[in-house]
Design a protein around this ligand. Sequence first.
Ligand code: NAD
Ligand code: UGA
Length: 472
Amino acid sequence: MTLKVKNICCIGAGYVGGPTMTVLANYCPDIHINVIDKNKDRINAWNDEDLSKLPIYEPGLKELIKKCRGRNIFFTTKVKESISKADMIFISVNTPTKEKGVGAGQASDLKWIEASAREIAKYSKDNAIIIEKSTLPVKTAETIKEILDASQRKLQDRKKFFVLSNPEFLAEGNAINDLEYPDRVLIGGDNEFAIQALIDIYSRWVDPKKIITTNLWSSELSKLCANAFLAQRISSINSISALCERTGADINEVSKAIGTDSRIGSKFLNAGVGFGGSCFKKDILNLIYISNFYGLKEVAKYWEQVLKINHWQAKRLSTIVVEKLFGTITDKKIAILGFSFKANTNDTRESPAIEICNSLIEEGAKLSIYDPKVNREQIEKDLNLKENKEFNFHSGIGSWQFSNNISSASKNADAILILTEWAEFMNINWSEVSTKMRPPSWVFDLRNVVNIEEAKEYGIKTWRVGFEEPNK
Ligand code: NAD
Ligand code: UGA
């Protein structure tokens, strides 16, 4: 049996569905792809003539959309039509942490997965290949299979489905590159023909040696583990950054010294404000939930610690800022440079900047926030606080305002905090910025990206994560 794929549907036009399908469309011009989403505004944004209005900012995405949109990739809200024509259906919907009910605060909320499975059961054709692209708890494929079967009452008319797991490993800000040159493609399944159909698609641009096939459960679990291991490295290096600050060891030198051991490797050893993003926290919480579910309390506790250190890092850095500014930041102006959870994305989900800004506002600071890609409305939503365009420096009440650039953010500021590693912050013109700030002016480089020696030359006091305090 050969399963030919001429038409693909992807449910979910988010950070994964949009870029993944666009890259697929680019390499498979003969395949017609419909990306569907229940969020009409998001679909409209994907279809906007003005490519700067795409719902997601990713380097290289605009160019591919320009080439493929309307050729063989279409963004639409037409659920029935798109699912019914598809030979292969990717489920790429959100799987956040459950907010209420059993497992609240830890387990994944699978209601969007379930809704997708029900729609597939209703509209899809016989022999459709269903792909789990979303990150899911191990054993979810069983649930999907059950929904697909149970939704069809008449046994004699039952459609056949093949369910595969094909988790996505792209990192935001580097999504197009990760999709075009993946370290590996993971396919879990129990039907060789369905697996081959997916291999045939990826092998158009991925070296077949990089395509790993496993059983369904290994594939589902590997995705959660990969994120947990990456997050664990960040918590490890952040815990060491605190030790460096006390001992005079230099975190960059330590990272380099340990990272050159080929067994450890050099990537993901940058100390900072702690990891953010929509996935690390939720996936570790999910791992903790699953471990407890299977009675593995020690395993659960081990992973809990990764989250605890992450939270501790953001908290301790906020406290250091307050301490350095003579123990009070009430009515002081602080420039926040960077609000997204990492560089090259407009995504602010779980950004450490949110927690840090909120705690500074609570202490009475006036924040002037600049990020190259995050807009005013998003910051307002994340801080759950309206922008205050006119600072009243005698109110004692913390507030924030939006800035369009580094220069306006730093005007009259007592301190600058670097929260995201945007390239722009590596080349700050300290000669200009130092004249705008109020002395004694500080820069807190919480990402280790700033040209700190130059800042010092212009009389700015400096503090860097993972370095002994120079201004004691
Ligand atoms: P997202 O929130 O950006 O996008 C999900 C989209 O699915 C939303 O636009 C939502 O409206 C839509 N949706 C939900 N239910 C639907 C339904 N029944 N019908 C139609 N549309 C529906 O989420 P995301 O960041 O793209 O993540 C999706 C999944 O991929 C998650 O499981 C996540 O863990 C995983 N993942 C994310 C990344 C990442 O970098 N963001 C990377 C790898 C894996
Ligand atoms: C991460 C994984 O890297 C992807 O493989 C995975 O597909 C994705 O999660 C997912 O499942 O959603 P992402 O969160 O987009 O990707 O970005 P990362 O580059 O992993 O960064 C995550 C966070 O860790 C960011 O806040 C980043 O600033 C921080 N980080 C990263 C550090 O603090 N130090 C580092 O050395 C690396």
